[in-house]
Design a binder for this molecule. Structure first.
Ligand code: FUB
Length: 366
């Protein structure tokens, strides 16, 4: 991941941006925001949706329905003064807050700190995009964080409540690496973790599950880096098989090259199932699209189908897709509140399928 430029940010955030650039915005813990089209007074820009909360900055929303309620597991962005660099060091997050709501459009509750980096024995810095799962009467929070060698690994923490607090395992998941875990439960009750992210997410440094610190980003004519998958074992804290690559193919059944950066995988994997098909969605990073590909097995191969979300305001794009009460929703983020790459806010909007199972492209501003 690289995060220096903000090509999609409007320059005029005026007084609001100045007020909130180094501290958290102050709004109550439970807020109501809507998903309908709104024009904001601060920028004059029209957004498809409004931030779900405004009292903290949140990003990378992994949403799930647990006990009939929507729980959102986001990153918690803060300004810690770390300068921006090509490795995303300014995404210097230190804890997670979990959000929940009865239904889209309802009040959003911030449940407070669910896990703090200081309570993860092996963690060094940068708590990035998490995900969650429920099994064995337990809620599992999966999170990427750099270890003492500055290598991203994926950890797991448990709780008896979806909102935490969570207790971290003493070590990362053996064999895990890179960022952006997404844990998918298939209809047969098996759980799979998808993960990986290139550039700052270090995935390009991993070949056949071995780390090579000297490996740089792929060149334009090289085959693009593949996301990874591993089945979880019954206790949900280890992989039950070696990590494999997920094949992502273009419309002609060929793998993407790095130069196909408007479509190739960058980070932010999410998997859901619709009418028996597996939908693998992801961010294209430096071209800022959220795309999807479909397949007939959780392992893929997945064939590229199109764009779910066109570029948002901000550098990163990250999402999740859930069904609630017969409607489908896309959770995503942008930087509407701050105008800063590393101070993001989560949003939600309805997602629609066409009769052939394709997803209608969403435009985040109108
Ligand atoms: O929030 C830090 C990183 O930014 C995430 O892990 C990526 O997916 C990107 O959204």
């Amino acid at each position: 991941m690289r995060y220096l430029k903000l090509p999609y940010i409007v320059a005029t955030h005026g007084a609001l941006a100045c007020m909130i650039c180094s501290c958290q915005p102050s709004v109550p813990k439970t807020t109501t925001d809507s998903t309908h089209v709104t024009s904001t007074a601060d920028t004059g820009k029209k957004y498809l949706s409004q931030p779900l909360v405004r009292h903290i900055y949140t990003a990378d929303p992994s949403a799930h329905v647990f006990n009939g309620r929507i729980y959102i597991y986001p990153s918690h962005d803060t300004a810690t003064g770390i300068p921006e660099d090509d490795f995303g060091s300014h995404f210097d997050m230190k804890d997670y807050h979990i959000l929940s709501m009865d239904a889209v459009g309802g009040d959003v509750t911030d449940h407070g700190v669910a896990l703090d980096i200081k309570d993860i024995p092996w963690a060094h810095r940068q708590l990035w995009a998490p995900d969650a799962a429920f099994a064995n009467s337990t809620y599992y929070l999966y999170f990427p964080v750099k270890d003492s060698l500055d290598i991203f690994r994926i950890g797991v923490a448990t709780s008896d409540k979806p909102e935490g607090p969570f207790k971290a395992e003493p070590k990362p998941i053996p064999g895990s690496y890179s960022i952006d875990p997404c844990v998918f439960r298939d209809d047969d009750g098996k759980y799979y973790m998808y993960f990986g992210g290139i550039w700052g997410g270090q995935l390009h440094k991993w070949n056949k599950n071995h780390y090579d610190s000297t490996k740089g980003n792929r060149k334009a004519d090289e085959i693009a880096v593949a996301p990874r998958i591993a089945k979880l074992d019954a206790n949900m804290k280890r992989f039950s098989e070696p990590v494999k690559e997920v094949q992502l193919l273009d419309e002609n059944g060929k793998p993407f090259h790095e130069k196909d950066n408007a479509k190739r995988f960058f980070e932010a994997a999410w998997v859901h199932k619709y009418k028996g098909k597996y939908y693998f969605s992801y961010s294209t990073g430096d071209t800022h699209n959220l795309c999807y590909a479909t397949g007939d097995s959780p392992y893929g191969p997945f064939t590229y189908k199109g764009v779910i979300l066109t570029p948002v305001e901000g550098w990163t794009s990250h999402h999740s897709i859930i069904e609630k009460d017969g409607k489908w929703y896309l959770f995503y983020h942008d930087v509407q509140l701050s105008g800063k790459t590393y101070l993001r806010n989560v949003k939600v909007t309805e997602l629609h399928y066409n009769d052939d199972g394709s997803i209608q492209t969403i435009h985040p501003s109108i």
